[in-house]
Design a protein around this ligand. Structure first.
Ligand code: NAD
Ligand code: UFG
Length: 338
């Protein structure tokens, strides 16, 4: 099959590119490099020994996307393209709604024009809100999001669901990611946030290479064994392999299906600090700070549906995640700028 990765030069897209190529699929990547660089795809080519059709394209722009779809026939689209910084989305909500919703509408319009019916969407566990109890199951009602970024995901899920209801030819797979961390085992590709990292693991790895002085742990007074929040961290290559299964499923089924992509095992912030120290041998200096606004105490998946329906489970453990995150960061202390 030929798969279009919209926003495919980013962190999850570049790892999924490797997994798809290794599974024998062809890929096309379209990205405007709002939060990535073409270097990631050059390295995907280096890892796989295969060449990738790469387009600099804005997914909100119909002409750009027509050019991409006209180049080669596409069987399935994966929609990774979006802005994802939770804090920035609170400060600049209109920018987030404009970009994220527009990418979705433009993709759906151009797909309809070009007769492409299958799409896999990067959603997030954030759509469960804080009304539901862990572990989160796909059958739960979505909750209230705590920030505009989360709402864009919730709204885009609705847009895709409605589009599939109206068009019996359509296949929509909504993937709710938990917390992807780690990197490809080669250390050639990995997470390369611009500016100060928002997320835990890139912050830890930047402390480890000396780019940041210390980690601030956001709150140790939660109702958990060590007082810090618990999350379902998943190795990005496991997540990438989940996309291969989702793409193959989307090509064979009609209608909308939702899948959690997580491990089902929670770790606290301090568990991650300890696991990273063990994997890297580097001591991570940290201080306890106040809670971060909008954080939920607990977030982990019931991952049984993906196992039953897609035949997918996460295989890599927390040691692999920490080792591979460190391997990437220590080989590329300044990310793709090295
Ligand atoms: P990323 O920022 O590395 O990748 C997103 C890519 O989309 C980037 O390459 C960016 O340049 C591109 N992009 C943004 N707007 C675009 C536009 N208008 N046109 C073309 N390209 C555009 O982020 P990621 O971590 O790889 O996340 C991929 C997707 O998964 C995002 O939609 C994100 O919201 C979602 N997601 C990520 C996480 C996470 O923790 N990383 C969790 C849940 C969901
Ligand atoms: N944390 C710290 N210090 C930091 C960064 C994070 O203590 O410097 C803590 C957070 O408080 C949280 C945990 O580490 O308890 C994980 O935080 P992340 O920011 O790495 O991840 P989140 O669970 O907050 O957010 C992630 C994705 C979002 C998504 C959300 C819910 O980044 O895109 O999961 O699915 F919306």
């Amino acid at each position: 099959m030929r798969v279009l990765l919209a926003g495919g030069a980013g962190y999850i897209g570049s790892h999924t590119a490797v997994a798809l190529l290794e599974a024998g699929h062809d890929i096309v990547v379209a990205d405007n490099y709002a939060n990535s660089s073409a270097e990631a795809i050059r390295r995907v080519e280096e890892i796989t020994g295969k060449s990738v059709d790469l387009f600099e394209a804005d997914v909100t722009n119909h002409e750009d996307m027509r050019r991409v779809f006209d180049a080669k026939p596409i069987d399935v689209v994966i929609h990774f393209a979006g802005l994802k910084a939770v804090g920035e989305s609170v400060e600049k909500p209109v920018k987030y709604y404009r970009n994220n919703i527009d990418t979705t509408l433009t993709l759906l319009e151009v797909m309809a024009e070009k007769g492409v019916h299958n799409i896999v969407f990067s959603s997030s566990a954030t759509v469960y809100g804080d009304e539901n109890d862990v572990p989160y199951v796909e059958t739960m009602k979505k909750g209230s999001c705590t920030n505009p970024y989360g709402w864009t995901k919730s709204m885009m899920e609705q847009i895709f669901t409605d589009a599939a209801k109206a068009d019996p030819e359509m296949s929509v797979v909504l993937l709710r990611y938990f917390n992807p961390i780690g990197a490809h085992e080669s250390g050639l590709i990995g997470e390369d946030p611009q500016g100060i990292p928002n997320n835990l693991m890139p912050y830890i790895t930047q402390v480890a290479v000396g780019r940041r002085d210390h980690l601030t742990v956001f709150g140790d007074d939660y109702d958990t064994p060590d007082g810090t929040c618990r999350r379902d961290y998943i190795h990005v290559m496991d997540l990438a392999e989940g996309h291969v299964k989702a793409v193959e499923y989307a090509a064979e089924h009609k209608g909308t299906e939702i899948f959690n992509l997580g491990t089902g095992t929670p770790y606290s912030v301090l568990d991650i600090v300890k696991a990273f120290r063990k994997a890297s041998g580097v001591e991570i200096k940290y201080e306890i700070g106040p809670r971060r606004a909008g954080d939920v105490q607990d977030c982990w998946a019931d991952a049984t549906k993906a196992e039953k329906v897609l035949g997918w489970t996460a295989k890599r453990g927390i040691e692999d995640m920490c080792r591979d995150a460190w391997n990437w960061q220590s080989k590329n202390p300044n990310g793709y700028r090295d």
